[in-house]
Design a binder for this molecule. Sequence first.
Ligand code: PLP
Length: 366
Amino acid sequence: MAFGTFFLPGPTEVRADVLQSLTQPMLPHRGAQFEALFADVQAGLKPIFRTQRPVYVSSSSATGLMEAAIRCARPGPVLCLVNGAFSERFANIAQSCGRDATVVGGDWNRPVPLDVVEHALRTRAYGALTVVHSETSTGVLTDIHALTQLAHRYDCAVLVDSVTGLAGVPVETDAWELDFVLTGSQKALALPPGLAFGVASERFIANAKQASARGLYFDLVEFEQYIHKNQTPNTPAVSLLYATARQGAHIRRETIERRWERHQAMAEHTHSWVHELRQRVGASFGVYAPDDARSHTVTAVTVPEGVNPDAIVKAVASRGYVIGGGYGKLKASTFRIGHMGDHTMEGLENVLEACAESIEELLGSK
Ligand SMILES: *Cc1c(COP(=O)(O)O)cnc(C)c1O
């Protein structure tokens, strides 16, 4: 099938040659051949993270590195910024790992305001805070640069889930002094699911040594030790590393700056499409996220009362395109379009046309 039909907000569509690269033969994961492959993976990932630090590769989904972030954060209470389903998950992980976790925020339709965060930081000495950069459940984008500047004034480390941010929305790991930032393979990086990638600052790793319950599989101190040999602590998903090296070369060719621009253009096009749809059909379709805090990788579209978003998703599927339903408590009131990864404006126009036809058909038959 031609590329450009699969617009789920993760997993995302994977290029044919990247899929093809998965079929290369196995190799021993201790040895020069593997180390060369891993060095190649690093060369691809570092410019995407905008970092000079090594990029950890975890053979797990992204949630694994969310747990690693919590387990390895320095001792002390954790402040959890919650504004959607994935930031809620981050808070749940903190609690289930036995951390003294405080939740702030709660509104899904905006980032947690900085004054709310500052009030919390002033009240108590938090060792770390958790935040989701691009909330995939809502399409809301948080300014993690401003947040990190604020947190660092209170000596609080910032743990960033940028699973649908990184490789689609600007992330400056080094320049913004992010303490830990993670993503998964199957979102804006447009790889198959199964790997997670993360970068820790030197300070984060130095402090991690004091965290007593780091466990074994997600101990980032171990990742740091092995990565200097271009190795991973345990057997990695070698096939997915072939794909990562291949996709890294594609992204290097595009350049990360142009990738960010392409995502911004796709997001803006989707937002104006929603606006035009509302004018044309006269019903209250809208972009869920506020004007000034919209992710460039995913849009949650609110539907008018009486319209079932699942029916839209099904009607779009019958036209040969995959989009996402609403997530969590927005399941009955939104559908989501994942305009991330390697999609083009032309492909996006096609899926939006299929959405418009589906919606007009459903409204007409009511
Ligand atoms: C998809 C997603 C996750 C979870 O990723 P898994 O790979 O399924 O573990 C976490 N956070 C955000 C923001 C996501 O979009």
